[in-house]
Write a new protein. Sequence first.
Length: 122
Amino acid sequence: MSTDSTKSRTLIACLGDEDTITGMLLAGIGQVTKETGKERNFQMCTEDTKTADLLSKFEEFTTRDDIAILLINQHLADKIRYEIDSYTAAFPAILEIPSKDHPYDPEKDSVLRRVRRLFGDS
């Protein structure tokens, strides 16, 4: 059952390192427009990316009305963990993904922790 507000959510956004963004762009998720506030649906981050810049992009992607899913490398999510953990909106869904240099740790994943609590699996 879709509503008018979810019909416009057609994009996957990505906050990731160079390898992740390159892979996602090769897979076809990239969109570049001239529309103010919606210029790109991806952001490459390095170890030098400031937490404030990462947080700003996270807030931009989570407030856009055209993004259904936000993929974020888990090591980047760790830099803004409080924001990730306190995010409660249904859309966009936030999914933490591994990167080539940083393996996935299920103990850090906000969504997995919520599911475990829901099923009484502290």
